[in-house]
Design a protein around this ligand. Structure first.
Ligand code: MG
Length: 202
């Protein structure tokens, strides 16, 4: 399986990092070795001094497809959760300056923290409320109505380049409020009022 991630998909987040709002989706990937699941702790890696959390709604693909039309995109995912796109911001800044690829900053082991998946049934793809708490205090609040590129557009766009397989994950982008993690922090991720993700930093 593969993990497809979308960058700068909420304009408030693009602005907080002084990035322009893109005119088409910014896509990168993480390998399956990046997954950290089931509430396991995240161990601060030695190669970075500035790891940031980025809370994102994650879709799970349930049907193989390429060249998916937007109007049928909803048939290709049936579960969602909250995830953290862990990012080595110091490394990413260096890579950005040089125009280099982002993998070293984004795709390292355990950089894709995922919560428990729940059925998509009953959720409006363009109205999913989510938030992340750090040590009990909300640090990120988002709603998928604010996505620059909604789920249907993302699936359609991405599947022109990459065949989507059952089990693939799509990290759909983070809203404003990203920030550095510290050893000892406890994060909890919610969709609506449902807590789906727990992650402690060690
Ligand atoms: Mg992200």
């Amino acid at each position: 399986m593969k993990i497809i991630c979308i960058g700068r998909n909420y304009s408030d987040h693009a602005k907080e990092l002084n990035n322009l709002v893109p005119d088409k989706p910014l896509v990168f990937m993480k390998p399956d070795t990046a997954i950290l699941r089931k509430g396991r702790p995240f161990y601060y890696p030695e190669f970075s001094e500035n790891i940031h959390y980025e809370a994102e709604v994650v879709l799970k693909i349930c049907k193989n497809g390429r060249h998916i039309e937007e109007q049928f995109a909803h048939k290709y995912y049936n579960q969602i959760t909250l995830g953290l796109d862990m990012t080595a911001r110091d490394i990413q800044s260096e890579l950005k300056k040089k125009g280099h690829p982002w993998e070293m900053a984004k795709a390292f082991d355990f950089s894709a923290v995922i919560g428990e998946f729940i059925p998509m049934d009953g959720f409006d793809p363009e109205g999913i409320d989510f938030h992340l708490t750090k040590n009990g205090e909300a640090v990120q609040n988002g709603n998928t109505k604010d996505l620059i590129f909604p789920f249907a557009h993302l699936l359609s766009y991405v599947s022109k380049y990459f065949k989507l397989h059952i089990g693939d994950l799509i990290f759909t982008g983070t809203p404003a409020g990203v920030g550095p993690i510290t050893i000892g922090d406890k994060y909890e991720g919610f969709i609506g009022e449902q807590r789906l993700l727990k992650c402690e930093i060690r």
